[in-house]
Design a protein around this ligand. Structure first.
Ligand code: HEC
Length: 232
C-alpha cells in the first residue's frame, strides 16, 4: 500500500510551487503594462528616446497628429508599377493597341502565348476561343438541370472571344482582363507573369483574327496562292 506523506508536507509543497510561479507572472505582467512612471527600468526598450508614439498628439504639424500620410508620390519598395502600359495595358488613359516597350511581336512570342493560353484559358474559353471549354460545358450542363444547379450555385457562360464586342477590345484591354478579370471572371495577375499575360493577350488577338480574317489581311504576294487553294 502506498503511504502518503504527512498532510502538512503536501501543503508546504503546493504552496512552494505556487510561490515559485509568482515572480515570473509579476514580471511578465509588469513588462506587458506600459507605465512611463515606473521607477525601475530593467529593460530600457527605447523608453527614454525622443519620439512620438502612434495615436498621440504632435504640435509640430498643423493637424496635430503624430501619424503622417505617406508623402505624395511615395512608392513602396518592390512596387514600382509606374509603367502604366506594361502593368495596366493603358497608354494616355486609353487601352494600349500595342505591346509595351521591350516586347517584340514574333512567331515565338505568339507560340508562348498559345502555350500559356492553352494552360490557363482553355478550361473555360476553349482552344479556339468560342467559350466551349470543358469547365464551361459542364457548368452549362448543370445550369440546364431541371432542378437548377446544385446548392443554389450559378454559372455565367465563358464569353466567346469571337463575340463582336470582345473582338473590338484592344490588346491592352485583353491584357487587363487576363490580369484583373472581368465581372464574374477571376484575374490571373498573381499566377501568370506580366510578359506571359501580354503573350496570351497577343495570342487572343491572333485567335480572333484567325476566325475573322479577310483577304486584305493576307500579304499581297501570298494572295495568289490562297486563291489557287480556294479553286482546288
Ligand atoms: C474559370 C473560367 C474562366 C477562365 C479559366 C478564363 N475565363 Fe475569361 N471569362 C470567363 C467568364 C465567365 C467570362 C464572362 C464574364 C461575365 O460576363 O461576367 C469571361 C470573359 C472573358 C473575356 C471577355 C471580356 C469582356 O469584356 O466581355 C476575355 C477577353 C477573357 N475572358 C479572357 C480570358 C483569358 C485571356 C483567360 C486566360 C488567362 C481567361 N479568360 C480565363 C471565364 C473564364
Amino acid at each position: 500500500m502506498i503511504s502518503l506523506p504527512p498532510r502538512w508536507m503536501i501543503f508546504v509543497g503546493v504552496a512552494a510551487v505556487l510561490a515559485l510561479a509568482l515572480p515570473p507572472v509579476i514580471i511578465a505582467r509588469t513588462r506587458a503594462t506600459p507605465d512611463p512612471e515606473r521607477a525601475v527600468h530593467i529593460f530600457f526598450d527605447m523608453d527614454f528616446q525622443p519620439k512620438f508614439k502612434s495615436q498621440t498628439k504632435n504640435p509640430l504639424f498643423a493637424d496635430g497628429r503624430s501619424q503622417r500620410y505617406a508623402v505624395e508620390g511615395t512608392v513602396a519598395s518592390g512596387e514600382t508599377n509606374l509603367d502604366a502600359h506594361l502593368n495596366e495595358g493603358v497608354v494616355d488613359g486609353a487601352w494600349a493597341p500595342t505591346l509595351p516597350a521591350g516586347m517584340i511581336m514574333s512567331a515565338e512570342f505568339l507560340a508562348r502565348g498559345q502555350q500559356r493560353y492553352n494552360i490557363y484559358c482553355t478550361p473555360c474559353h476553349g482552344f479556339a476561343g468560342f467559350g466551349d471549354g470543358t469547365v464551361n460545358v459542364r457548368g452549362m450542363e448543370l445550369m440546364a438541370n431541371t432542378n437548377g444547379p446544385p446548392n443554389g450555385s450559378t454559372w455565367v457562360t465563358a464569353k466567346s472571344l469571337h463575340d463582336p464586342i470582345v473582338r473590338e477590345h484592344p490588346l491592352g484591354m485583353i491584357y487587363n482582363v487576363a490580369t484583373n478579370g472581368v465581372r464574374t471572371m477571376a484575374g490571373y495577375g498573381t499566377q501568370i507573369s506580366i510578359e506571359d499575360r501580354w503573350a496570351i493577350a497577343a495570342y487572343v488577338k491572333a485567335l480572333q483574327l484567325s476566325q475573322n480574317a479577310s483577304l486584305q489581311d493576307v500579304p499581297p504576294e501570298l494572295r495568289g496562292k490562297l486563291k489557287q487553294a480556294e479553286v482546288k
